[in-house]
Design a protein around this ligand. Structure first.
Ligand code: KG4
Ligand code: ZN
Length: 349
């Protein structure tokens, strides 16, 4: 089965063609536009601006993804696809509406079913996407612990199968990506700050700053990152002259604190539930230091678990349409276009 998938929940406009085999999903083509650069000057996304950019990009990315897959784009003739998948939430309502209303029109014109997809499950299912010819590449096996770490979410889930998924906990305040971005704002780094903080932290002194690890030893699988930005702010206020090295040291301190909490709580859950796979997903999962820390901890402290670590190709960690197509195959039902409504507050059903 071939799916045209669309993602427009935030500041990326993305379309992809994906095809499933029994266990995995092949990425045939993808086209993504982003309004991220526009938000740099304001230090964060202004919803109205993001939605207007979505309108500009939606038809070009659909046409480009179909063209790359050698499928013709004609509103009168149904293309060679079986269904259309779309993110219906969570996200910014203006941005979501652009994707949802566009696919409803295409579904009506082409008489193709729609598959509404929860963006959060999309992030997890990026781990089922094959985008290379690597013969050793595998999909995660169950049971699995999945961590979603993005700009808006930090969630931990237990997956016993595609149909049996339990939410274990999430952030009580800021998301992990938000902690990177808000720290970046304090340090006058460009938005989104995660990749820049990762780069700067490489030359940072790990002993210069020690920031709190909130809820690290708490029994519940909840997270809290808002205290971290306050701790950074206090340090910044104390320093008279913030030079380049101090910014690197602060970056290292923040990244280490976030990494410690994420690794510790996720692997504690992996141990408790005796899982075969630990799955990382979301924009923050592109962080190489975080990926390495997870692998090192699994290889040393948790080696008896025989648990394998999974993380998507870095470009598939941040928002993209292919992951929405992948989730559609495993999790969601085909519906008539009339039954799809954008839901900005959608969480886990
Ligand atoms: O998943 P995503 O594209 O959007 C949401 O669904 O929120 O995640 C974006 C977030 C931003 O907060 C960004 O700073 C963070 O992911 N991010 C990173 C890295 N790359 C992106 N954080 C740390 N290290 C990175 N390399
Ligand atoms: Zn996302």
């Amino acid at each position: 089965m071939k799916i045209l998938a669309i993602e427009t929940s935030f500041d990326e406009t993305s379309a992809a063609i994906v095809e499933n085999t029994k266990e995995e999903v092949n990425l045939i083509s993808q086209s993504t536009a982003t309004s991220m650069a526009l938000h740099g000057s304001t230090g964060g996304v202004i919803p109205e601006v993001a939605a207007r950019e979505q309108i500009k990009y939606i038809i070009p990315v659909i046409s480009d993804a179909l063209k790359k897959a050698k499928i013709s784009f004609d509103t009168h003739t149904p293309p060679g696809i079986d269904a259309i998948a779309v993110t219906y939430g969570p996200g910014l309502i203006g941005s979501l509406l652009v994707g949802v209303e566009t696919v409803k029109t295409l579904s009506y014109l082409w008489n193709k079913p729609l598959i509404p997809v929860n963006h959060l499950f999309g992030h997890i299912y990026a781990n089922w996407l094959r985008d290379s010819g690597d013969e050793l590449w595998k999909v995660p096996s169950f049971p699995a612990i999945a961590l979603i770490v993005s700009g808006a979410h930090t969630d931990l889930l237990l997956m016993k199968s595609h149909a049996d998924i339990t939410w274990l906990g999430g952030t009580r305040d800021d998301a992990a990506g938000e902690a990177f971005d808000k720290t970046g704002r304090l340090l006058h780094l460009p938005y989104p700050a995660g990749p820049k903080i990762e780069e700067l932290a490489k030359d940072g002194n790990p002993n210069a700053f020690h920031f709190p690890r909130p809820l690290m030893y708490d029994k519940a699988y909840d997270f809290s990152f808002s205290g971290l930005k306050t701790a950074v702010l206090r340090e910044v206020q104390k320093i008279q002259n913030i030079n380049g090295q101090i910014v690197k040291d602060l970056s290292r301190g923040v990244q280490d604190a976030i990494t410690d909490v994420l690794v510790s709580k996720t692997l504690k859950a992996a141990e408790e539930f005796g899982v075969q796979s630990v799955i990382l997903s979301g924009g923050v999962a592109a962080n190489e230091t975080l990926r390495t820390a997870f692998q090192e901890m699994l290889d040393t402290k948790y080696q008896i678990l025989h648990t394998k670590l999974f993380a998507p190709t870095k470009s598939l960690c941040t928002d993209n349409a292919a992951m929405i197509g992948a989730a559609a195959f495993f999790r969601d039902q085909q519906v008539h276009w009339d039954n799809v409504t954008a839901n900005p507050e959608l969480y886990f059903d």
